[in-house]
Design a protein around this ligand. Sequence first.
Ligand SMILES: Cc1ncc(COP(=O)(O)O)c(C=O)c1O
Length: 446
Amino acid sequence: MLSAIPRPGGTPGEISAQLAQRAARVFPGGITRNTVDRDPSLYYIGWGQGAYLHDVDGRRLLDLNNNFTTLIHGHGFEPVVDAVAKTLRDGTCFSNPTVHEIALAELLCDRIPAVEQVRFVNTGTEAVMFAIKAARALTSRPGVAKIEGAYHGAYDWAEVGQMGTPLTWGPPDNPRPVPAYHGQPSAVAENVVILRFNDIDAAVTRIKANASRLACVLIDPMPSRAGLIAPDPAFLEAVTRVARENRILIVADEVLNLRQGYEGASARFGLDPDLVAMGKIIGGGFPIGAIGGKRDPISIFGTALLSQGGTFSANPVSMIAGLEAMRAMTRDNFDRLESLGDDLRARLRASINRAGAPFSVSGSASLFRIHPKAVAPSDYREAFLSPQENRTMTGLDHFMKDHGVLMPKGAASSLSTAMTTSDIDFVADTFEKFLDTQDFQHDDRV
Ligand SMILES: Cc1ncc(COP(=O)(O)O)c(C=O)c1O
């Protein structure tokens, strides 16, 4: 299905352009979070419905962003809307607990093998931060080992090494803890050890060499920004073994990848974490984060060794929305999403093969990412885009948008239960049309 009012070349609509002018006066850089799509210019959303977004200028887009993979049911999911509408009149936040937080915690503890108890916070950033703090409180060590290129939110130690470039990332056997912002205290980077994904020997060596100062290994089993590449089970196994031998905790960041299955990402990929950071889908479209874990490590939150609060933590709106969204994610619904994802990845790959195009596809379950690389990348460095590849992806991004598909650039695309097989056809057909517009035979990308 094409957009209601197609606009050539991704040019902004008139109303978006006017809003962008107003925004430029009140927001630095004209935006209030750097991650919104500005390519080639800002467009404002009027409303979302099911699998589709409607921008204020009348364009309709199939939403493969889903607010950075959060909306597993798409927009305006009725059970969430109804439950939230009911609770709004009863009060939206209290300094006392409510029954709703117990219900959502019970659901998570029932489903996720590594989660026996939970603490709720407001964002994935906070979840990762408190998991790291818990690991520090348990080990009396400051350091974090993490995967190069992996995004874990905005806590300083979790940000290090997330955006190295060929100029800054250092030699492959000694990746640098590249700061995430100008002026980051050097003491932060000094306490971060960067590991390359799936590089077993180097990871084991680096963890051993830094063991006395490491509180945890922070690991997202399929880091989206680092390439959405599947973990080598031997890598996860080796990292866990050397961590356990050295009393270092394994913190799984499942903020994004909990949507890998009914029991989450660690269970799917064979990781056995001590603590799990969660977020996104468990809030049903409202702000949320959670730290879960086995009873022994997570019980640190119930002691004076670690303080954790948060004005809006466990607010009933997020709890109720999350409960409804997660209840609706039955095993059958996870299976259905997975099969839509399998179909789409297979169709994208078939189109690439037919066209002899220098592209590859990564991902699993309801997540996928298209790389402008003939050979599928196996880590962040290989997934990193050259200037030419960046232009190719910008071209793809614009083409998809111009034809009614919003596909995040440089991060995971996600499916929602609101999508149907015809939506999958639409994405696959649009990508095939894009490939038809390219001349790969006379192309130095091939
Ligand atoms: C893997 C991962 N961890 C942590 C975060 C941070 O979550 P939030 O944006 O809710 O703070 C994100 C957000 O995209 C993420 O993808």
